[in-house]
Design a protein around this ligand. Structure first.
Ligand code: PGA
Ligand code: ZN
Length: 419
């Protein structure tokens, strides 16, 4: 059960940028492999993603230095260690890195090793990954009747698409007794939406997360299209299929003027102005969730907005919390948001990810486990979502290989758990 060696390589993510795939080899011959994703609307408080900066190769995006950190210092530290003690392994590399934001080893390097070790550990114990995670961290039992509900990003805007929408993501959140039923509903709405766009001679080309990227007159037209597509697919909102939005609002916030560059108001909107728009949309559409409606450091705006809307809608902090326990603690103290997006690569190790989840659950924040816009075929987040009993898994559209890998993994887990 001890770690013998670690191999790592540079591979490409779904956007064609380099990322790492790492394998932890045990002395018994068992191994575990994991690949890390990458975001593009990254929060400025995320742990550091180490990139080579060699402008002549991959536009500076190479990860060969990170690979070398895995096969060098991390492998050296872990050689001979018991793979079953994931907490100790992660603690070792956190100390080895020694920085607040993981800029020495790189959070991408660290996470690839951390996740690969967890896979090797689960393989060693001949357990599926979700069970391995649950037992390693001594988490409560998984309820097969309450597996995660998908949050499917079916219209892509912002930095994920060239269609011109300011808002980054328009999502459908299918309900249903089983994962299989939820995924079928989500796919039906996705295709109904495609048909609706074709009928209006709008583009059905897709963005980074597999959602359509039509050129629409304004963002609210996306909500109208989605509401229609749900009906066209034969479903009702919110009972069968809910609507959700990820504003990724740090991408259109100007800290100098403290204004959101949104809407027709000259000079943009204040946080209170954004709040007015958010409330109006809740009246007009059956929206169940707003992610990053305000910017990552607009704590006062967030506190005020949470007070006004927390009873009506899920308010998810993504760039706000960056899966970071101390930022979450600040949010909890100030009664900011009521849900947290969980992206392991924002923080850099599995153990820190789990500890943030535990703190959030303790504080009654809803857990939404998430992919990134740049993905690989690795469905680690699906097992993670099941292991921590997350009510939601956000993994893009029900289309494109790297997105459906996550949903297909959920289907397999459901089958395994319910027999
Ligand atoms: P990212 O976007 O992976 O490009 O950061 C996803 C999100 O904002 O939720
Ligand atoms: Zn987000």
């Amino acid at each position: 059960m001890t770690i013998q060696s670690i191999t790592s390589r540079q591979i490409l993510d779904s956007r064609g940028h380099p990322t790492l795939e790492t394998t932890v080899h045990l002395d018994t011959g068992v191994s575990g492999t994991a690949a890390v994703p990458a975001g593009v609307s990254t929060g400025s408080h995320e742990a550091c993603e180490l990139r080579d900066g060699d402008a002549k190769r991959y536009f500076g995006q190479g990860v060969l230095k990170a690979v070398a950190n895995v096969t060098g210092p991390i492998a050296k530290a872990w050689q001979g260690q018991d793979v079953r003690d994931q907490r100790a392994l992660d603690r070792m590399i956190i100390e080895l890195d020694g920085t607040v934001n993981k800029s020495a080893l790189g959070a991408n390097a660290m996470l690839s090793a951390s996740l690969a070790a967890m896979r090797a550990n689960a393989a060693l114990q001949r357990q599926p990954l979700y069970r391995g995670i649950q037992q390693t961290y001594d988490l409560p039992a998984i309820d097969p009747q309450r597996l995660p509900r998908p949050m499917m990003n079916v219209i892509n805007g912002g930095r994920h698409a060239a269609g011109g929408l300011i808002i980054q993501e328009f999502l459908v959140v299918p309900n249903g007794a089983t994962v299989a039923e939820r995924i079928a509903r989500g796919a039906a709405v996705y295709h109904a939406l495609g048909q609706l766009l074709r009928d209006q001679q709008l583009s059905t080309l897709v963005g980074d997360e597999g959602g359509y990227a039509p050129r629409l007159p304004e963002d609210s037209a996306a909500l109208d299209a989605l509401s229609k597509a749900i009906l066209a697919a034969g479903y009702a909102t919110p009972a069968d299929v809910g609507l959700a939005i990820d504003f990724a609002s740090s991408t259109f916030y100007d800290p100098a003027t403290q204004r959101y560059q949104y809407g027709s108001t000259k000079g943009g909107l204040t946080a209170v102005g954004m709040g007015g728009l958010l409330a109006e949309w809740l009246d007009r559409y059956s929206i169940m969730s707003y992610e990053d409606p305000l910017a990552e450091d607009d704590w006062d705006g967030w506190a005020d907005l949470t007070k006004k809307l927390r009873q009506r809608v899920m308010l998810i902090g993504d760039d706000l919390f960056v899966t970071n326990r101390s930022r979450l603690a600040r949010g909890q103290a100030a009664r900011v948001a009521n849900a947290i997006l969980i992206k392991p690569n924002q923080v850099g190790t599995l153990t820190e990810t789990i500890d943030t989840i535990l703190a959030a659950q303790e504080g009654k924040y809803t857990i939404v486990v998430s992919h990134r816009s740049g993905e690989t075929l690795d469905p680690f987040v699906s097992d993670l979502a099941v292991a921590v009993r997350a009510p939601f898994l956000k993994a893009g559209a029900p289309a494109r290989g790297e997105r459906v890998a996550k949903y297909n993994r959920l289907l397999a887990i459901e089958e395994e758990l319910t027999g």
